[in-house]
Write a protein of this length. Structure first.
Length: 537
């Protein structure tokens, strides 16, 4: 029997972080095994043309009866995208009574990038050095300057529509051209900036649409000839050498055959998505790490966060569609954002009735006579918000499931109140009428009333998890006693194990997180390659 191949690196997860890890490592000469829990993507089957109607109601009804009762709550869930969401019966998770959490998941090559709205906004030292400003939590072990060249690299490769706005809290990036605003969005910008001088309405920063059905990062890695892509590999745990304490590879269950397999590598990089990565680490408990892999600080799984999500919308009765419609890829899910309003609370000296802040994004008159605004508020890291493992319950592959306990605090409640007030006053300044749901249709209104308790908390914010920006749980830091990872995403307890997805965030932000996840992955891989070549891994 031939000896099993030992790869230079195994990357777990093929989404935003995993694709970049595969690209950076293979282009640097390493052999990489990329493991994806879901299926391969078929351009013909998954992106049929002509595309199905962009219907949202009927697919939700069907999803509720066919195994997607949780996934169908996602705003991006429709007839075109539903195949990119998991089956909840095969992929269950649990929550404590009275603490609902919406975990929206995509298991296929490319992960949730297939339903990504592609908004990319840089974080600044307002977030990286947050504790130094307001005294809550901890600073990141890196600054904006540490991440700047990696932001540049990600944006240059993906191509980003945007404009230089000179706003320190959302640093300017590398843009191919400005994104266009609709006439209604231009009018909204004038009204808001005239009425509220401290608020800026800027053009959105959005990754240009890529008609390739496989993410460009994975395509680039495949072109090197050093990437082995293995789909249908549901990772159960990271395997460890009990003598050296180093990771030796991973054990996974073949999704179709339901057979346990093991693969080996010199380095393991976890990019499975925040909650899934935490589940893998906890399920990797062994005699050397009885409380979960990398948990000597007793912080693994704790300080889970998601954006506070609040929405508002309504009709545009005088909207004219004639002459506006252009031919677009029906699977371009990133064309729904028309403007961005950077954080304007607590930017200088903290002066609101809550810590941190929020940003808003929205659109007006894009394909429908309606408008919407969504707020992303920063959730404070709190020990009690956590991911553990429910060992009494298993998924379809006999792997203990995640148990998620996450609620909003009084700080988030105060922020939600301010968000709602701010959005309504801006809508009023622009002469916009509020209506829930924005379409005003009878069927949509009845459906909203029926599903409201599954979507919104009592404060009016969406339930935790609904922003699909889960972060935290394996935060990076300066000290192994108070953090799970070092400043490069390297596990303090296992020197050849890295975590580069959202789990590595020690605190939150008001910006969309995907760009920062990608940049952190590039930075971590640069360090990994240097350490590997020097023989220190």
């Amino acid at each position: 029997m031939a000896a099993q191949q030992v790869f230079d690196a195994i990357v777990v997860g093929s989404g935003a972080a995993g694709g970049w890890a595969a690209k950076e490592l293979t282009e640097s000469g390493l052999t990489v095994l990329l493991l994806e829990a879901g299926r391969l993507v078929s351009p013909e089957a998954d992106f049929p043309l002509p595309a199905p109607d962009d219907d949202r109601l009927l697919p939700r009804v069907v999803g509720g009866f066919t195994g997607q009762a949780i996934q169908m709550r996602c705003p991006a869930f429709n007839e075109r995208s539903r195949r990119f969401f998991v089956n909840d019966r095969d992929n269950p998770y649990s929550t404590p009574s009275g603490k609902p959490f919406n975990w929206f998941r995509g298991r296929q090559v490319g992960g949730r990038l297939h339903s990504w709205a592609r908004v990319v906004v840089r974080m600044s030292d307002l977030e990286f050095k947050c504790a130094s400003r307001d005294g809550y939590g901890v600073d990141w072990p890196i600054s904006y300057e540490d991440l700047l060249p990696h932001y540049d690299k990600v944006e240059a490769f993906l191509g980003v529509h945007g404009s230089a706005d000179g706003i320190p809290s959302v640093p300017d990036g590398k843009y191919v051209d400005p994104a266009a605003m609709s006439p209604e969005e231009e009018q909204f910008k004038v009204a808001v900036e005239t009425t509220f001088p401290g608020r800026r309405v800027i053009r959105p920063r959005v990754v240009k649409h890529d008609p390739g059905r496989i993410p460009a990062t994975i395509r680039a890695a495949l072109e090197t000839g050093r990437l082995t892509l293995r789909s249908d590999a549901v990772v159960r745990r990271v395997t460890i050498c009990q003598e050296t304490g180093k990771a030796t590879g991973v054990a996974y269950v073949d999704r179709i055959a339901r057979k346990l397999e093991e693969v080996r590598a010199q380095v393991v990089v976890l990019c499975a998505g925040t909650i899934e990565t935490l589940r893998i680490l906890i399920n990797s408990a062994n005699p050397k790490h009885p409380d979960g892999l990398g948990n000597s600080s007793h912080r693994l799984g704790h300080y889970l966060m998601d954006h506070i999500l609040v929405g508002l919308g309504g009709p545009l009765p005088n909207h004219q569609t004639a002459g506006r419609e252009v031919e677009v890829d029906p699977y371009d899910f990133g064309r729904v954002t028309g403007f961005y309003i950077p954080r304007f609370r607590n930017v200088g000296i903290p002066q609101s009735g809550f810590l941190r802040g929020y940003a808003l994004q929205g659109a007006m008159g894009r394909g429908a006579p309606t408008w919407y605004i969504l707020a992303h508020g920063e959730m404070l890291p709190r020990f009690e918000n956590c991911v553990t493992v429910d060992r009494a319950k298993k998924d379809a592959w006999d792997i203990p499931i995640a148990r998620i306990s996450c609620t909003h605090s009084s700080n988030e409640a105060a922020m939600v109140e301010d968000i709602s007030k701010s959005m309504r006053e801006m809508a009023a300044a622009a002469g916009l009428r509020v209506r829930v749901p924005p379409s005003g249709g009878l069927v949509e209104t009845l459906a909203f009333k029926f599903f409201k308790s599954r979507l919104l908390s009592k404060s009016g914010a969406f339930l935790p998890g609904s922003a699909i920006h889960e972060i935290g749980g394996a935060g990076m830091g300066e000290d192994s006693r108070t953090s799970v990872l070092d400043s490069f995403g390297r596990c303090w307890d296992v020197k050849n194990l890295f975590v580069t997805d959202g789990a590595c965030f020690p605190s939150g932000c008001s910006q969309n997180v995907t760009l920062t996840i990608m940049a952190l992955t590039v930075r971590a891989c640069d360090h990994l390659i240097q350490e590997y070549r020097a023989g220190r891994l």
